[in-house]
Unconditional design. Sequence first.
Length: 145
Amino acid sequence: MLAKVTLILVALCLGVAACGDEETADSGATGATGATGVQGNQADKEKRAQKRLQERREELRKERQEARRQAQQRKAERQEQQAQQSTPPPAPQPEPEPANCEAGYSPCVPPYPPDVDCADVGGPITVTGSDPHGLDADGDGMGCE
């Protein structure tokens, strides 16, 4: 009887050992498949990381382009301002003398002849150049003082 029990125990142990071998074989196969799955996941992660990197590079490229465009615009504005500042405003042009005014008198005095006196012009006169009417007696540039 003891021999039968020992035999049954040995048979059970061998059966369990065989089952363990099958599980180990199965888990090894699963492990191999799992390793392939891990490698697949790693490849997917790398692809996603590459895609994010590429997207970031594109963003940076666009930012650089925008920064260059803004810098060029600011440069053009500065150049325009400098051009406006460096160009002196046009000098005021003297008003042309009317055809019936003698050159060199301000305000207008009729041309010589006839001779005009201070009583005819009605106030002080600025005299530049010649004085055919003789309105600036002392030669200081002011007539009819």
